[in-house]
Ligand binder design. Structure first.
Ligand code: GLU
Length: 501
C-alpha cells in the first residue's frame, strides 16, 4: 500500500477553533503513524467571510502546536476557475445540469414538501430541461444529477462502521452557486482527488455530505477515499462546543498558559482512548492512535481535567524550555512590572522555573512567580497577612532571627568574594548565590531551623516574612531552594527588607 495522505481543511472565517485542532490532530497522528503525508488546505471560497488574519491565526496556531504540514498549503480561492471548469465538464457529460430556479422558488418547494410531511428537497424541475449556461448577467446554478432510483451509496466509516444512503434520500445538490462560486461539496472533492487524499477524517457534522461527495467521485471516475467521522465535542451543558459554553480559540489557551502538548493530549483523549492512560507524550500518541478506539458518541469537554493535565505536562517539561516559554509569551507582564526578562533566559532563570514547576498548573502562574524574582530591586509586599502582626513580641523576635541569618550568610558571601569567587550568572549581578558557595537548601533549612530555636520563634512565623520578601509572593516555590539558587545580590537586600515591615 502506498503511504496515506491526509489533510486538514479549515475555513478561515474565524480563529482556529479548539474542535478543529482535534480534527487536525487525528489526521496528523494517522499520517505520522503510517509515515504518510499531512496536508493543509485553506477553504477560503467564501470570499466575504474568509479573512487573511484568520489564515494567519490558523497557521500560527498549528505551528505552535507542532502540527507541521507537508507540501505547500493549497488555497481554494486561487482555484475558482478550475472548480467552475470541472462543473461545466460534468454538465457536458450529463452528470450535472443548469438550474434557473431562484432561492425563493426552492424555498417554496421546501415549505410545500414539509407541509406534506416529506423531506425537503429540490423538486428537480430543471433536471430535464437541458438549460444552457446562463448569459452574462443571468443567474443560474449547477446541480448534480443524482440517479433517481434503485441505488444506494455505501461506505465503510472507520469509526461508525457501514453506512448506506439510498439515492432517493439525496438531493440534486448545488455545485456552482448563482454568483459563480463553487459549493463546499464540489471544491472539496476536486481538491481531495487532486491531492490524492486517501483518508478523510472530519467532524460528523459532515456525515450527510459524504454520500454526495462519493457520487461526485463516481461521476469523475475516481475511487473515493476512506472516511472517518469524529463525534462532536460537547460543552458541559451537553450542547455542541461553542463560544457560548467554552473558550474555543486556540490562541486563548496559549495566553492562559496551557502547553501545546497539553492541548494535544487533552484533545487526543477527547473521543479516543488507550486503556486508562491519561497522560501521553506526542510520540506515544503517534504510536498508539487508531480509529478502532475512537468513540462514536459525543465527547464532553472537561476544563478541570484540562487544567490538571497541564500541571502534569508542566512537571514533565524541561525547565529551560519553560523559561523560554515565559520569556516569549509573558514579555508584556515583565515589562509592565519593570522585571528583567533577560534574567529568565539564564541558567538561574531555568533553575527558578524548575523550582516553581511543581507548584503551578498554568504557565501564566509560572510567569507570575517569576516576575517578582526577576525584579531588579526588592519588591513591594503586602505584609498584612503575616501571623506575627498579632503579637509585637513575636515580630521583634522574628526580626532578630532574620537579622542573625542574614548577617551570617552575608559574612560568608563577602569572605568568598574577597577570594574572588564571582557569581556564575552575570545577568543577575556579580555576587554568587549561597548554592555557588556550596550550601544546599538542606543546609539552609537546617540553619534556619536552628536559628528559630535559638531565638525562640516558630519556624512558620520566621519563614513567612522571609519568603514574602524574597519571592514577592505569600505562596511560592520552596524558600530554602530560592535562597540556594538566587544570587546574594538579590537575596540579601530582600532579607534586609524584612526589618522594614
Ligand atoms: N472546511 C470544512 C470545515 O471546516 C472542511 C470539511 C472537510 O474536512 O471536508 O468544516
Amino acid at each position: 500500500m502506498s503511504s496515506p495522505r491526509l489533510r486538514f481543511a479549515p475555513s478561515p472565517t474565524g480563529s482556529l477553533h479548539i474542535g478543529g485542532v482535534r480534527t487536525a490532530l487525528y489526521n496528523w497522528l494517522w499520517a505520522r503513524k503510517n509515515r504518510g503525508q499531512f496536508l493543509l488546505r485553506i477553504e477560503d471560497t467564501d470570499l466575504e467571510r474568509s479573512e487573511e488574519r484568520f489564515t494567519v491565526d490558523i497557521l500560527g496556531a498549528l505551528k505552535w502546536l507542532g502540527l507541521g504540514w507537508d507540501e505547500e498549503p493549497l488555497y481554494q480561492s486561487r482555484r475558482l476557475d478550475l472548480y467552475r471548469a470541472k462543473a461545466e465538464a460534468l454538465v457536458a457529460q450529463g452528470h450535472a445540469y443548469w438550474c434557473t430556479c431562484t432561492e425563493a422558488d426552492v424555498e417554496k418547494m421546501r415549505e410545500a414538501q414539509m407541509a406534506a410531511g416529506k423531506k425537503p428537497m429540490y423538486d428537480r424541475s430543471c433536471r430535464d430541461k437541458n438549460l444552457p449556461a446562463p448569459e452574462a448577467g443571468d443567474r443560474a446554478v449547477v446541480r448534480l444529477r443524482i440517479p433517481q432510483t434503485g441505488g444506494v451509496i455505501e461506505f465503510q466509516d472507520l469509526i461508525r462502521g457501514p453506512i448506506a444512503v439510498a439515492y432517493e434520500e439525496i438531493d440534486d445538490f448545488v455545485l456552482i452557486r448563482s454568483n459563480g462560486a463553487p459549493t463546499y461539496n464540489l471544491s472539496v472533492v476536486i481538491d481531495d482527488a487532486e491531492s490524492r487524499v486517501t483518508h478523510i477524517v472530519r467532524g460528523d457534522d459532515h456525515i450527510n455530505n459524504t454520500p454526495k461527495q462519493i457520487q461526485l467521485y463516481r461521476y469523475l471516475g475516481l475511487e473515493a477515499p476512506k472516511f472517518a467521522h469524529l463525534p462532536m465535542i460537547l460543552g458541559a451543558d451537553k450542547k455542541k462546543l461553542s463560544k457560548r459554553n467554552a473558550v474555543t480559540a486556540v490562541s486563548a489557551y496559549r495566553a492562559e498558559g496551557y502547553l501545546p502538548e497539553t492541548v494535544l493530549n487533552f484533545l487526543a483523549r477527547l473521543g479516543w482512548s488507550h486503556g486508562d492512560q491519561e497522560v501521553f507524550t506526542l510520540d506515544e500518541m503517534v504510536q498508539f492512535f487508531d480509529f478502532d478506539h475512537v468513540q462514536r458518541s459525543g465527547a464532553v469537554w472537561n476544563p478541570e481535567k484540562l487544567l490538571w493535565l497541564n500541571g502534569e505536562h508542566i512537571r514533565r517539561a524541561d525547565p529551560k524550555r519553560l523559561a523560554g516559554i515565559v520569556a516569549e509569551d509573558y514579555a508584556d507582564l515583565f515589562k509592565a512590572a519593570g522585571a528583567r526578562l533577560d534574567r529568565v533566559m539564564t541558567p538561574t532563570g531555568a533553575r527558578l522555573c524548575g523550582l516553581v514547576q511543581p507548584k503551578v498548573k498554568l504557565m501564566k502562574e509560572m510567569a507570575d512567580q517569576l516576575v517578582p524574582l526577576c525584579m531588579p530591586a526588592p519588591v513591594e509586599v503586602d505584609a498584612s497577612g503575616l501571623k506575627w502582626n498579632k503579637d509585637p513580641a513575636v515580630k521583634a523576635a522574628v526580626k532578630n532571627a532574620v537579622q542573625h541569618v542574614t548577617d551570617a550568610w552575608e559574612k560568608r558571601v563577602s569572605e568568598a568574594t574577597q577570594t574572588a569567587r564571582a557569581g556564575t550568572d552575570t545577568a543577575w549581578g556579580t555576587t554568587p548565590s549561597l548554592g555557588d558557595l556550596g550550601l544546599t537548601h538542606a543546609d539552609i533549612e537546617a540553619f534556619v531551623k536552628q536559628s528559630a530555636e535559638q531565638f525562640g520563634v516558630k519556624a512558620g512565623d520566621f519563614i513567612s516574612p522571609m519568603r514574602l520578601c524574597v519571592s514577592g509572593r505569600a505562596a511560592s516555590a520552596s524558600f530554602f531552594e530560592l535562597v540556594e539558587v538566587l544570587p546574594w545580590d538579590v537575596v540579601g537586600p530582600r532579607l534586609r527588607k524584612v526589618q522594614t515591615l
